[in-house]
Structure formats: structure tokens, C-alpha cells
Design a protein around this ligand. Structure first.
Ligand SMILES: Nc1ncnc2c1ncn2[C@@H]1O[C@H](COP(=O)(O)OP(=O)(O)OP(=O)(O)O)[C@@H](O)[C@H]1O
Ligand SMILES: [Mg+2]
Length: 280
């Protein structure tokens, strides 16, 4: 049985000028593997991830044929049941950590609070676990970071704190939205190897949202390519760089090449039949 099943998911925003369809019928299933989601800005990657956690705020709304996590119906689950899953069995590393960390609470308190309240750990044990989690994401002075407030952290540090916070409860599913975009390459490699080990050793499922097609091709098992709220192509990550679909090829052609020609970036060709598929 798969860990996550999503059938015909739609996310619609009712705006003053009419409904905006951010996700227009996305289906996928996820096992204990690394699933990448790529696509240009605005293609619906984040909304797909948030919808799985039912974190779409009004005027946005979610519709689907089915959405199940580990056999549990998460489409119709109560808000209370969803709260029990979020941050515990399903974690999400948000695209912008600034909005996910509490600005008026020290990092240490944010990291230990769940351990103390939810798992009933004492202060010393919770602190030791939080420090270990910070060390695991390559933070070298964890004691200082524990005392810091989110605004005192750099972007890359904030991203690592978020990842540490999501990994502490040992989730079964992690949705990571551009989790390493603010990290330099060596730290990025460390963070990816932590995620990789969790998938391999603990059987965690990972949804890895990224703009970086080369990274996804190397790191993930399978990839969904999204365009305008639809999945236009699903393929093995190892085939991503050789994809034949015109939209995916367009994304690949936009990648800068080391030592390549420095011409203007080609525009995406949106003239194929896929470009109007399902459009209103
Ligand atoms: N509150 C809102 N009202 C109307 N439309 C919205 C709202 N929030 C998001 N959208 C629309 O949802 C679409 C999908 O957005 P989403 O954030 O999922 O894109 P994305 O693929 O994650 O992009 P990026 O790569 O820039 O993060 C966008 O086209 C956006 O216009
Ligand atoms: Mg996004």
C-alpha cells in the first residue's frame, strides 16, 4: 500500500474577478521514496503540498476524488485529526522559513516545545535532542542558535532550523518546499544526505519541491512536472534530463550551462497542445 494517494486534487481561489484554479486535477501516489515536483513559478507546486496538509486558507478551497495518508482519509478528516497529523506524522518545510518560525519565540523553545508537551520529555532531555537535531543539519554552534530569535538567523540558517524542527518528531512523510534553496552547496549536500538516509533507513516518504532540475534528477526517484496546475509529465528522475515532453524540454533549455553559450535565455514555448490542456 502506498503512503500517500492523491486523486484529482483541485485547489481553487475564489477571487473578486472569478475563480483562479491553482491546481486543476492532480493525481499521484507516493511510496517510501523521493518524489520530486518541478515546474515554473506559479505552476501549483506549493499549493499541491499545502493541500495534502489541508493548509489552504480561504478564499482557497480544496476538492478531490480522494486523498489518503497511510490508509486514513485526509480529505474528509476533521480539523482536529489534521492537527494531530501535522508536524508529527506529516511534516512540511515551508518555502520561506521566515513565515513558519514564530518570530517572538527563541529557536530553542520552538524546537523543544513539542518534545516537552507532546512527548513529555524533561527540559534537559528535550534540549539535548534539539541540539542533536541542529547538529544533524550542520549547525556548528547549536547552543548559540538555540538562544537566537528567528530574525537573528540568516536565510540558510533559518532553513536548517526548519528542517531540524520538522525532523525531530520523525515524520512518516515530509513535504519539503525548496528546502535547500538558501544553502550553499556543501551544506545542501549534507542536508540532502540526511533526507536520503531517512527515506532509506526509516522508510520515510519525501515530496521534494524544487526549481533545480539537475538537483531533482540526481536526488529523487520519480518526478512530477507541473504546468499551470496540471501534471504534464511523470517520469523516473534518472530520465529527467533526457525528457522528451516539450514543456519539460523548455524547462531544461532554460538551465544555465557551465561553459555554455551566454545567449539570451530561450522563452518557454507554450504552443503545444499540452499548453491548453484542461485550460478554461
Ligand atoms: N490567495 C490566492 N489568491 C489567488 N490565487 C492564488 C492565491 N495563492 C496562490 N494563488 C495562485 O496559485 C497558483 C499556484 O501557486 P503556487 O504557490 O502553488 O506556485 P509554485 O509552483 O509553488 O510557484 P513558485 O515556484 O514560485 O513557488 C499561482 O498561479 C497563484 O497565482
Ligand atoms: Mg512555491
Amino acid at each position: 500500500m502506498s503512503l500517500l494517494d492523491v486523486r484529482n486534487l483541485r485547489v481553487t481561489f475564489d477571487t473578486e474577478t472569478g475563480p483562479v484554479q491553482a491546481v486543476r486535477g492532480v493525481s499521484f501516489s507516493l511510496g517510501h521514496e523521493r518524489l520530486g515536483i518541478v515546474g515554473e513559478s506559479g505552476s501549483g507546486k506549493t499549493m499541491t503540498g499545502r493541500a495534502v496538509l489541508r493548509l489552504i486558507r480561504p478564499p482557497g478551497r480544496i476538492e478531490a476524488e480522494a486523498m489518503t495518508f497511510d490508509g486514513q482519509d485526509i480529505l474528509n478528516a476533521s480539523e482536529r485529526d489534521m492537527r494531530a497529523l501535522r508536524g508529527k506524522r506529516i511534516g512540511m518545510v515551508m518555502q520561506d522559513p521566515k513565515y513558519s518560525l514564530n518570530p517572538v519565540m527563541s529557536v530553542g523553545r520552538q524546537l523543544t516545545e513539542g518534545l516537552r508537551l507532546r512527548d513529555g520529555l524533561g527540559r534537559a532531555d528535550a534540549t539535548a535532542k534539539a541540539i542533536a537535531a541542529l547538529e544533524a543539519v550542520q549547525i556548528r554552534d547549536p547552543a548559540r542558535v538555540m538562544d537566537a530569535y528567528p530574525h537573528e538567523l540568516s536565510g540558510g540558517m533559518g532553513q536548517r532550523v526548519m528542517i531540524a524542527m520538522m525532523l525531530i518528531p520523525e515524520p512518516d512523510l515530509l513535504i519539503a518546499d525548496e528546502p535547500t534553496s538558501a544553502l550553499d552547496v556543501t551544506v545542501q549536500a549534507e542536508v540532502l544526505s540526511i533526507l536520503d538516509a531517512l527515506v532509506r533507513d526509516r522508510g520515510m516518504g519525501l515530496i521534494f519541491i524544487s526549481h533545480d532540475l539537475r538537483l531533482v534528477a540526481r536526488f529523487c526517484d520519480r518526478v512530477l512536472v507541473m504546468y499551470k496546475g496540471l501534471v504534464v509529465e511523470e517520469l523516473a528522475a534518472s530520465n529527467l534530463l533526457a525528457a522528451q515532453h516539450p514543456y519539460t524540454r523548455g524547462l531544461l533549455n532554460c538551465l544555465p550551462r557551465i561553459g555554455g553559450q551566454r545567449g539570451p535565455l530561450p522563452g518557454l514555448d507554450r504552443t503545444g497542445s499540452w499548453a491548453s490542456e484542461g485550460a478554461e
